[in-house]
Design a protein around this ligand. Sequence first.
Ligand code: 13P
Length: 338
Amino acid sequence: MNTDQRLQQTINDMVDDRRGILAADESAPTIKKRFAAINLESTEATRSSYRSLLLETPGLGEYISGVILFEETLTQANAAGTPLPAVAWHQKIVPGIKVDKGTEALAGAPGDLITKGLDGLADRLVTYVEQGARFAKWREVYPITDINPTPLGLHANAERLAHYAKTCQELGVVPIVEPEVLMDGNHDIARCAVVTEQVLHAVFNVLLRYGVTLEHMILKPNMVLPGKDCRIAPPEEIAEATLNIFRRTIPAAVPSINFLSGGQTPEEATANLNAINQIGGPWQLSISYGRALQQPVLQAWQGKAENISAAQAALLKRARLNSLARLGKYAAVMETKA
Ligand code: 13P
């Protein structure tokens, strides 16, 4: 297969009308924080047990088509000695890899952030592909304040995303392009809409300049939401605001939009996705949730072997309900019935 055929095959394996992506790519400091919440120490062994638990969940491949892993996980194996990327693919879940190295302050733009990790990216990607990764993820982060993101922040972050995405495609790796407008703050939904429009407009402008093939990428955006300290908006309002902005900024050539959960509760994230799919658009509208899929799993697991089945049931439940939300057929009563 040539590079274009490999990219298309990966898109075919990841994009359909009922499945979504599991983000399990927490960096070492982040997974330490998640484990601390259940009084579990983060060690190579506990991280490997946890990620095995996720990927070995019976039936997960019915609802999940891709999993984003952290670098370390690509080299880990389950108890039977099978490498974890192979465990995922055994369930027809495509393994992928987070390739960015986190954020730092953006010089010249107080309050804005920029993501590190472009140095040596092509070399790292070659290794990740050898280890089984077929897609990658890079996240840029945009805090909202009265003055942020600045014009420089919008431009610099878009530039990094496009450079990363083109580097991936040249090596046959499908890029997940993740520009995340943060929920933190007391701004209203209209302000989030304005910022999200500016962000997506800048991102697609620079993707075009780099010659990124839109058919061979996946977009991972935020939903348009009021700030966490403002209020909780009804799903119908969020769906309308989100799709208004998407129609203005995201070409229909992008095959799939997979939302991040960004601090929504699992139930909110599913209800909002459901409302979005009740309206719909020219793209697949799916998930790439981290916390909104994993929070109930960690709570059920507590780091104990005897809780593995309960934890896997919790993951399967969230994955199944989000799959229903993809069809616009989710209802809150299913939370208690399931
Ligand atoms: P959340 O769904 O927890 O926001 O995580 C998604 C993700 O991968 C952030 O980069």
